[in-house]
Ligand binder design. Sequence first.
Ligand SMILES: Cc1cc2nc3c(=O)[nH]c(=O)nc-3n(C[C@H](O)[C@H](O)[C@H](O)COP(=O)(O)OP(=O)(O)OC[C@H]3O[C@@H](n4cnc5c(N)ncnc54)[C@H](O)[C@@H]3O)c2cc1C
Length: 418
Amino acid sequence: MPDKVTDKQADVVVLGAGIVGVSAAYAARRRGLSVVLIDRREPGSETSYGNAGILSSGSIMPLNQPRLWRALPAYLGNRHPALRWDPGWVIANIDWVARFLANAAPSRIKPRATALHGLIGASLKLHREWIVTAGAAQRIRETGWLKAWRSEATEAAKQEQALLADYGIESRLLDRQAISALEPNILPVYKVGLLHTQTASVDSPGAVVKAYARMFASAGGEIRQSEIRVIAPDGEGWRVTLVEGAISARHVVVALGPWSADLLRPLGYRVPLAFERGYHREFKPNPARSLQRPIHDAEGSFLMTPMEQGIRVTSGVELTARDAPSSFAQLDQVVPLARGVVEFGDAVGEPWRGARPTLPDSLPMIGPAPRHANLWLAFGNQHIGFTTGPGTGAAIAAMIDGAPPPFEVGAFSPGRYL
Ligand SMILES: Cc1cc2nc3c(=O)[nH]c(=O)nc-3n(C[C@H](O)[C@H](O)[C@H](O)COP(=O)(O)OP(=O)(O)OC[C@H]3O[C@@H](n4cnc5c(N)ncnc54)[C@H](O)[C@@H]3O)c2cc1C
């Protein structure tokens, strides 16, 4: 058990030390505030550990877009590697599903893409600055991200390129030869590629979050490893109850990723947060057949990223309860496909499971809770939370400090759902 804590006071307590919480804590500390960051595990041990490590410039189109409607018939049989769904969960959460699908309407594309573009731009700027300050610059690769099609999908790739270009996001259309020149160690299975040239990636997202957490501690922040039990208003501020005592703070930031709704429920907030679960497994690379960058197999519905421990293959979406037992069906489907792209050896370690926290419009909540002063919400970063953590955290810190956030935050207001 951690040391007992009594009469501790801070300007800000940040709950959750994933990429979002660590970023909020560091940004608040940089503004001269006293900050305590709390997590039951070491920083960067959950969702922010197991992701594909892509710092994506181009993920401005959430999953719920018109293409999703067209793909639904293929998902109904529940055997597709892109999406598996638990019928019981879907029935119990039909309201969330209906709102998620409604947000796929064409009229909902532009406002959300514009909002995400602002958040992503601010976040990438901070990642590129912080990773150097944190002494982890060797972990970032500026080699882009390759989306690749096995079929003659030039039109689809061109459409995607045009949409990105509307937002000033650069990409390069590639044919089979150009893909081979770019990734000489993969087999020639892809006919068309789109290289997101302004996207970066890291070789260990968990290690990057840990490096940011050390940077926060070096700047005078405090990290406590403890289970958070309850948060409750206390005079003008908040009381955060831990297993070993309590901390009082003027401001509390909820950055608990997929667990964020739990501590808010006793305060009367019913957060429509769902869990797009995903899996990864890592494999021993063949040093003579290395990958230079993450590859997204568009039709195979998986990603492969070269990581510190090996090639990390990540799966599509499993829509079910956050804590339902694991099912490795999607990984089992895609690993043989990945082996057909690049040569790799045995698995390293066990398969990993995580939950992308997603609100019905696929935009995170970034801002004040509507019915409680000094309670700040920072979660719901869906498929791109590793990318967007720094911008999310910096915006929260700015709002706490009464300063303008580094991008337009209106679309992320928690009040839209609470
Ligand atoms: C398979 C997969 C691939 C992905 N790939 C990418 C990618 O390539 N690029 C990208 O940008 N994003 C990616 N994502 C999404 C990204 O990983 C998440 O959006 C992001 O990590 C969420 O960060 P977070 O800080 O909100 O949550 P988390 O990292 O989950 O942090 C929440 C923290 O809260 C703590 N906590 C919860 N409850 C309590 C409690 N009661 N007491 C104490 N501590 C508590 C947990 O221990 C945890 O550390 C991927 C996700 C998955 C699943």
